[in-house]
Design a protein around this ligand. Structure first.
Ligand SMILES: [Zn+2]
Length: 118
């Protein structure tokens, strides 16, 4: 009887070190999509955060999350907005230099001062 072919040891060795160094995502039952607020850094349900998109180098609100590309998520709160702009968190979130048009600033002025997380 023939022995089954031995597994090639190089197959796994070849991929060694190429695995991305990120922790295994925790899959929970009844998983609700979460995003990290770039202002306060807390994770929240997607529904509690406003998405911003980078449109030709400008930060624009995308409340319906329909714009393509990388998004930045923020609690609809002035505190989180101010923290994000003070730390230039949008540049980091988009991995590109972006500027914030007055329209976007006006948009955030309708927000309450701090996020109601209750
Ligand atoms: Zn926040």
């Amino acid at each position: 009887m023939r022995r089954s072919p031995t597994r090639t040891p190089t197959a796994s060795a070849r991929n060694w070190g190429r695995q991305p160094l990120r922790p295994t995502p925790i899959i929970r039952p009844n998983h609700e999509p979460e995003r990290r607020c770039i202002g306060c850094g807390a994770r929240s349900a997607r529904a509690r955060l406003i998405r911003f998109a980078n449109v030709k180098g400008l930060v624009v609100p995308d409340p319906r999350a329909t714009l393509p590309g990388r998004g930045a998520w923020l609690h609809a709160a002035r505190d989180c907005w101010e923290a994000a702009t003070a730390r230039r968190a949008f540049n980091r979130a988009f991995k590109a230099p972006v500027s914030i048009p007055q329209d976007t600033v006006d948009f955030t002025h309708t927000w309450p001062r701090s996020a109601s997380t209750s």
